[in-house]
Design a protein around this ligand. Structure first.
Ligand code: ADP
Ligand code: MG
Length: 453
């Protein structure tokens, strides 16, 4: 089928060649040889860039479609489209598809993909996820309420719903309900207004596990706070499990009565922080398995590139991965650092690009600067010497490798005679502690950072 359309395009191209100047033809039409898609009798031709597309649309589109209707018996139309447009349209389509799929909500108002199996743990969320698993195992017993807080996009909703999904799978007699705080408030206000408040009470009457997401939205909603307080007291007294998430610690909840917020720390409070580089890479690998993509289909350096540039929110990290996967499918090409950068360009617009792939030259430069600063040799610093004059600069180098280049701990170890992962972590932590507590360490690091950057 495609051949037929291409045949038509070749004919039209030939006609154009006869009627327009050679230079214009070569510039505009010569490079257009590929059909992007055919939809509703419209043939979309892949066009190298926006400039050419706009020129063709303005100057030649009518003529082309006139030729086309002359040459084809069904009326086929041509349109010109650039790669960027295709990516944009398709990414939007995929995103809505993902959102629609997510709406396949199970019993309890839970998204079924939010499970412990799909949740990657690391140093930033280990405590929270360990407690969550115990709560799921023994609802109402282990920590009640469980209060999880952290910045947006770091997995609070995912972790909270994992508790619900686990309980539904393993404990069939328990009733689970997940509610967003906004919906709780909205429900309450609507039912109160329509004088059907008994429906509200009905909804929450027989719940064994109540998951309340983003409690900070109770702020200033006085009546809803009263109602939530009553519900909390009732469920808690019956040892029903309550899990709450928020974007801040209990003590920083504004405009919510302290009678309520003080109860939030009765059980256990756990925070989730931003994942480090290795953790982000692990999350990307996990997400690939849910896309049924083989790990080695996407080279590690591409995953590293994504992980290095999307650092503060897992949601953004995931969005970037989806875009890259789509790009790969569309181009039907192997991914490289270069085409990944191309794919991510629109998302990176406002960010400072971190293309840095730990080139050896960066590492060398770092060794040179730090060794020079402390007046020691590189051989000494990578040796196993325990002398303080050597150990401290060694820790500083490890710290800076991590901080500036985000090199994985294991790889840092490989620059120091294969020192293990935990030694590197310890060193980095010592310096982090030092910066906070000792002025001379703080000053050293500031001086060195300004030399390196
Ligand atoms: P929050 O509620 O903290 O704003 P979400 O739970 O909505 O964040 O997480 C945002 C996205 O990131 C979700 O798609 C979630 O699956 C994913 N995500 C976050 N943390 C992890 C993790 N540790 N492992 C796997 N996926 C994660
Ligand atoms: Mg959330």
């Amino acid at each position: 089928m495609e051949e037929k359309y291409l045949g038509l395009w070749v004919k039209i191209k030939y006609m154009l060649q006869q009627t327009i100047g050679e230079k214009t033809f070569n510039e505009y039409f010569e490079p257009i040889n590929k059909i992007a898609k055919v939809e509703n009798n419209t043939i979309f031709m892949l066009t190298p860039n926006n400039f050419i597309k706009n020129r063709i649309d303005k100057l030649f589109l009518n003529k082309i479609n006139e030729y086309s209707s002359r040459e084809s018996n069904i009326s086929l139309r041509f349109k010109f489209i650039t790669n960027d447009e295709i990516v944009k349209v398709e990414t939007e389509r995929i995103n809505t598809e993902i959102i629609n799929n997510m709406e396949t909500i199970r019993n309890g108002n839970l998204n079924q993909t939010y499970t412990f199996e799909n949740f990657v743990t690391g140093r930033n969320n280990r405590l929270a996820s360990t407690i969550a698993i115990q709560v799921a195992d023994q609802p109402g017993v282990f920590a009640n309420p469980l209060y999880i807080f952290g910045d947006v996009g770091l997995g609070k909703t995912h972790l909270m719903q994992s508790i619900g999904n686990y309980i539904i799978d393993n404990n069939h007699t328990k009733t689970v309900l997940y509610v967003k705080t906004e919906n709780f408030v909205e429900d309450y206000v609507n039912l109160l207004r329509s004088k059907q408040i008994e429906k509200f009470n009905e909804k929450y009457k027989d719940i064994d596990v109540l998951l309340v997401d983003d409690i900070q939205f109770l702020s200033k909603k006085n009546q809803s706070q009263q109602e939530f307080f009553k519900l909390f007291e009732k469920l808690h007294a019956q040892n029903k499990q309550i899990v709450i998430t928020s974007d801040r610690p209990t003590t920083e909840l504004k405009d919510i009565m302290t009678r309520l917020t003080s109860r939030f720390s009765w059980g256990l409070v756990a925070d989730i922080n931003a994942p480090d580089l290795e953790h982000r890479i692990e999350i990307l690998k996990k997400k690939l398995t849910t896309h049924s993509i083989q790990g080695d289909d996407i080279p590690l350096e591409v995953l590293e590139l994504i992980a290095k540039n999307f650092t503060s929110s897992v949601r953004e990290l995931e969005g970037a991965l989806n875009r890259v996967i789509f790009y790969k499918t569309m181009l039907n090409e192997d991914l490289t650092v270069d085409n990944t950068l191309e794919a991510l360009k629109p998302l990176l617009k406002n960010k400072e690009l971190n293309k840095n792939l730990n080139k050896t030259s960066d590492v060398d430069k770092l060794f040179d600067i730090v060794c020079g600063y402390y007046n020691i040799s590189r051989t000494d610093v990578i040796s196993n010497s325990r002398k303080r004059s050597i150990v401290y600069p060694r820790q500083v180098i490890m710290y800076l490798m991590r901080k500036i280049y985000e090199i994985p701990f294991k790889k840092i170890g490989s620059f120091f005679n294969g020192k293990d992962h935990s030694t590197v972590i310890n060193s980095c932590e010592k310096i982090t502690f030092g910066i906070k507590n000792e002025d001379n360490i703080k000053k050293d690091i500031e001086n060195l950072e300004s030399k390196i950057k």
